[in-house]
Design a protein. Structure first.
Length: 102
């Protein structure tokens, strides 16, 4: 199933417009996509009994938990890299100072 059809459904849902074949086709046509009637009907059939608000709520509650640990690890790595760079700079300066008797 093409994601563009799913995106059209989400756009309609967020705009609080009725999700039907005509509206899906209008959304797709507005961005230069020629809608396929079979795909539109398949999307509508797959949405029978689906609560889009519940799906959105569940997906939003999961996403932040996955992002946070990666950011923390990345910050730790950046701090370690900075410390290593500072040590190398200090060592380089010490080496230069010994050449000049400081």
């Amino acid at each position: 199933m093409g994601l563009e059809y799913i995106y059209a459904v989400w756009l309609l849902h967020e705009a609080k417009k009725e999700i039907n074949a005509d509206n899906i086709k209008k959304v797709l046509t507005s961005v230069g996509i020629e809608p396929n009637d079979a795909m539109v009907n398949a999307v509508l059939a797959s949405l029978q009994g689906v609560d889009l608000d519940k799906i959105k709520e569940e997906s939003l509650s999961v996403a932040p938990a996955q992002v946070a640990p990666q950011q923390v690890e990345q910050k730790k790595e950046e701090k370690q890299e900075k410390k290593e760079e500072e040590k190398k700079e200090e060592q380089a300066l010490e080496g230069l100072s010994s050449l000049f008797g400081f």
